[in-house]
Ligand binder design. Structure first.
Ligand SMILES: NC(=O)c1ccc[n+]([C@@H]2O[C@H](COP(=O)([O-])OP(=O)(O)OC[C@H]3O[C@@H](n4cnc5c(N)ncnc54)[C@H](OP(=O)(O)O)[C@@H]3O)[C@@H](O)[C@H]2O)c1
Length: 294
């Protein structure tokens, strides 16, 4: 049976490290990290994400503020608010919760965030820096995956990492992170997507599988190589008449069958999920330290 990679525990230790550094800042009467959230409209999942992130800021000892803008806010008004936050010395990180209402151009909005405050790592300058191996803000979910691998003793160096999915928020950045010639990376990376006529040979040759497909229990243990390390990014709600709520959350990998062949595996929930907020805290602290030139 596979070892379970406990994302909750690893995320908690990262959050404790962040808290300890904030305590030091407080002691030295330095400026506390400040994170601004912008939420446009009433998207229920976005509202709960922003609430969770705000709570994490409080626990970390950060200052945070949330701008809740109505769904009919114009793009110009949002850009004007971003200009203010870019100039605000108390704010070190800016997070525009996606998705934005349809009348807004997401690329234009993200590009309006000062790259030094882009703690989500979505600004094209930071995406480019990641690609060429420069120090930058790495998007939180893939940054969390790298931490999970390293802190669970599964260094990707020299390993064949197969990433299923090529989204801009998970697949592409994690592939870019792990292929860099540096500690914690240096992997041989393959990205699989719907263009593959047959995924089977790619899956079978993975030493580390990163599944970011968005399809419930899409990959099964029989498709994997014995001893593989499985990182399951998927968060999918499926009907479950036996549960109180009538549904439950599963990953992109069929856990029971994969756990039989894998050396280690992340559960869903409790694997990659908790890492995203922990890495947001870490990125914000990093932005604060760079801006305050500490
Ligand atoms: N904090 C977290 O834990 C966190 C954060 C982000 C996302 N997630 C979860 O991770 C999953 C992926 O998210 P995402 O935003 O990356 O999803 P996405 O934008 O929908 O991308 C899915 C990717 O999977 C590929 N794919 C879909 N069906 C496939 C198939 N049959 N064969 C091969 N490839 C296939 C798609 O290929 P094409 O490009 O060819 O269409 C696409 O590149 C979702 O379940 C999401 O909820 C979790």
């Amino acid at each position: 049976m596979a070892l379970i990679i406990d994302g909750k525990k690893i995320a908690e230790s990262i959050r404790a490290e962040v808290r300890a550094e904030v305590e030091e800042i407080k002691k030295n009467r330095g400026r506390l990290p400040g994170l601004a959230f912008i939420l446009v409209g009433e998207h229920p999942a976005s509202q709960s994400y922003v609430k969770m992130k705000g709570k994490a800021c409080k626990e970390a000892g950060f200052n945070s503020l949330t701008d809740r803008l109505p769904a009919n806010t114009t793009e110009e008004a949002l850009l004007a608010r971003l200009r203010e936050l870019n100039e605000d010395p108390a704010i070190h990180g800016i997070l525009v919760q996606l998705p934005l209402p349809k009348h807004m151009n997401e690329s234009r909005v993200i590009a309006a965030i000062d790259p030094r405050k882009d703690v989500d790592g979505f600004h094209p300058v930071n995406v480019g820096k990641l690609m060429i191996g420069e120090e930058t803000f790495v998007p939180c979910t893939p940054a969390g995956i790298q931490e999970l691998l390293m802190r669970s003793g599964n260094d990707p160096a020299g390993k064949h990492v197969v990433v299923v999915g090529r989204s801009n928020i998970v697949g592409k950045p994690i592939a870019n992170i792990l292929l860099q010639k540096r500690a914690g990376a240096n992997a041989i990376v393959t990205i699989v997507h719907t263009g593959a006529a047959d995924m089977a040979p790619y899956l079978k040759s993975a030493d580390i599988l990163i599944a970011a497909v968005g399809k419930p229990e899409f990959i099964h243990g029989e498709q994997l190589k014995p001893g593989v390390v499985v990182i399951d990014v998927g968060i999918n709600r499926i009907p479950d008449p036996g549960s109180k709520t009538g549904s439950r959350i599963v990953g992109d990998v069929h856990f029971e069958s994969a756990a039989k062949v894998a050396k280690a595996i992340t559960p869903v929930p409790g694997g990659v999920g908790p890492m995203t907020i922990a890495m947001l805290m870490k990125n914000t602290l990093k932005a604060r330290n760079l801006i305050e030139k500490r």
